[in-house]
Design a protein around this ligand. Structure first.
Ligand SMILES: Cc1cc2nc3c(=O)[nH]c(=O)nc-3n(C[C@H](O)[C@H](O)[C@H](O)COP(=O)(O)OP(=O)(O)OC[C@H]3O[C@@H](n4cnc5c(N)ncnc54)[C@H](O)[C@@H]3O)c2cc1C
Length: 543
């Protein structure tokens, strides 16, 4: 990164605060919603206020060049960026910070850290941007290690080489979104992977978590853009071959994609790129109810039109983000191409949505950043910053995302909504709100993204949040959805993951880990337990 310090207790850089006028607007809006004047119960923390556990281990002289153990670094690397992470920072509660933070500058440095850690029984948590919302980078690893180190790839952010003919580039894993795109731009190429966390997340993190990005259909996850990769494990290194496709048995990249730092450290990847789009066509379509919007989206997803944006937002969320007035659900629909006009595709899509009661104003030229789409996009980018205003007010605000086949969607949506309302009431005694949008859609089903909000009490926010989060995990899996469509498993979704995949498959993953990481030092507690240690549930979900 730029050398600018990151905020350890919220989103963005240390010197970035929500302007007071904007903070007042958020407070007033919430006070109006809950009919009471909400007051902040805490102020943002300073690093000096934390009585951090003294480092239990020290980096060896050979790694001193890349090692840091000052309080700010240890705090930045203690948690990710989820709601409970913010709460614990505002409550000044960080019992298990990393003992040391390493900033490797090369694959050799990564290998040296892993060698040392394996010998010394030190757990190592790979860290990209630290934007995990599932406890993926948390340094809570159970009691069987001498210490815990965070391994921050942030100094490995170069685009190493570009193959213009094949439209791909080899990129170091610590490249943050904006720096990565800035290095591709002079070559008129783009990765076009824009998660909401784009500014503060990295290529290696996206691959390790199977991140979901810009494209609502077809290329929904980062997976298909990965051509090859280089990996450093405690047992050795490997690089896979750059190929446009291959049918040669199980693919090594596919084992690493989604491995969440448990099998090895991705140090670079060859990525398939795109030409920047020149032609766009978009429209915002209103539906009287969410389910008729969902039927229209189903028709679109099965039409072969492949819109790049196909975001159905329910009426309540549309009002909250300025994408609508609350009287209708809104579908933000967009097509793009570097090669040919998209108006004919939009025209056909509008015929399809009309059959399901969709209504729209005349589409505007280049309107993807105007009107409902623009308003929604602005709110989408600003929302992560508002958490620092909301947490001290004692409001629980969080999201969860999943995917479900079309045949089950209507019942799923109704049950998740009703049961989450009951869970929020049981945990806080208050009526909560839950809204839904689709982030990605497939011919066989949507990826619904739920946002919920309910007033809690600042002093017991963790207890209240945990009860609701446990209920959400349970409801989603019981109702037949996946525990996560793109936020990953980390520590917080582990029980749900254990129910989603067959036990024999977990044993196969454990066997792979026993080979690549024999001392079981890499990210213990994430995805599954290593065969040699019972780590169990650690982090925000641990009681
Ligand atoms: C406001 C906000 C919005 C978000 N929006 C989206 C979204 O739109 N789409 C989406 O998919 N996710 C989203 N997320 C979740 C998060 O940004 C993603 O999981 C992202 O892919 C994490 O990237 P990172 O570089 O921050 O990784 P980190 O959070 O640092 O790490 C994530 C996991 O990957 C492992 N890891 C990181 N780098 C490596 C590496 N080089 N080798 C091996 N393992 C590694 C870590 O150990 C950890 O388990 C959002 C999060 C926030 C806070």
């Amino acid at each position: 990164m730029s050398g600018r310090k990151r905020k350890f207790w919220g989103w963005g850089f240390d010197d970035q605060r929500v302007p007071e006028a904007e903070a007042a607007m958020v407070r007033e809006s919430l006070s109006k919603t809950y009919g009471t004047a909400l007051e902040a119960a805490a102020v943002p923390p300073e690093a000096g206020e934390f009585d951090l556990r003294a480092p239990r281990i020290k980096a060896p002289q050979s790694l001193a060049r890349i090692a840091h153990d000052d309080a700010h670094e240890r705090l930045v690397h203690a948690y990710g960026k989820s709601f409970p992470d913010s709460v614990r920072m505002f409550q000044r509660h960080v019992p298990e910070p990393p003992d040391v933070v390493f900033y490797p500058e090369s694959a050799r440095d990564v290998a040296d850290v892993l060698d040392w850690a394996s010998r010394e029984n030190v757990a190592v948590i790979p860290f990209g941007g630290g934007s995990s919302v599932v406890g993926g980078v948390e340094t809570a690893v159970g009691g069987s290690y001498r210490g815990v180190a965070s391994l921050d790839l942030g100094r490995m952010g170069r685009v190493i080489e570009i193959d213009r003919a094949s439209r791909s580039a080899r990129i170091e894993a610590g490249a943050f979104g904006p720096a990565l795109e800035a290095q591709l731009k002079p070559h008129h190429l783009t990765l076009r992977h824009f998660p909401q966390s784009f500014e503060f997340s990295t290529l290696g993190g996206w691959i390790a978590t199977r991140s979901g990005g810009h494209f609502a259909t077809l290329y929904t996850h980062i997976d298909d853009f990965v051509q090859a990769m280089e990996v450093v494990t405690p047992a050795g290194q490997f690089a896979t071959r750059r190929l446009p496709g291959s049918g040669a048995g199980p693919q090594p990249e596919r084992l690493m994609i989604g491995s969440e730092g448990t099998l090895g450290v991705i140090t670079s990847a060859d990525m398939r790129l795109q030409d920047a789009p020149k032609f766009r066509a978009s429209a915002a379509i209103r539906f009287a109810d969410f389910l008729s919007g969902a039927e229209a989206v189903r028709a679109l997803s099965q039409s072969g039109l492949h819109p790049s944006n196909c975001r159905l937002i329910d009426a309540q969320e549309a009002r909250g983000t300025g994408a609508g007035d609350g009287s209708a659900s809104v579908l933000v629909l967009g097509f793009e191409s570097a090669d040919h006009p998209q108006d004919h595709k939009l025209a056909r899509a509008l015929e399809l949505v009309r059959d399901h009661g969709g209504q729209w104003d005349p589409p505007r030229q280049g309107g993807h950043r105007e009107g409902a789409a623009g308003a929604w996009r602005d709110a989408f980018l600003r929302a992560p910053f508002w958490r620092e205003v909301i947490v001290p007010l004692g409001i629980i605000v969080d999201t969860f995302e999943t995917a479900i086949t079309w045949d089950r969607f209507a019942g799923f949506h109704a049950n998740v909504t009703a049961r989450m309302k009951a869970a929020m009431r049981a945990a806080t005694g208050h009526e909560g709100r839950i809204t839904c949008r689709f982030t990605h859609v497939y011919p066989d089903g949507p990826a619904p993204y739920f946002s919920f909000q309910v007033p809690g009490r600042f002093a017991v926010l963790m207890v209240q949040w945990r009860a609701i989060k446990e209920a959400a995990n349970e409801i989603v899996v019981n109702e037949g959805g996946t525990i996560t469509h793109h936020h990953a498993v980390g520590r917080d979704h582990r029980p749900g993951y254990g129910r989603e995949v067959p036990p024999l498959f977990i044993s196969m993953m454990q066997a792979a880990k026993a080979v690549s990481d024999p001392a079981a030092i890499l990210n213990p507690g994430v995805l599954f337990d290593p065969v040699s240690r019972a780590v169990g549930v650690t982090g925000a979900m641990a009681r």
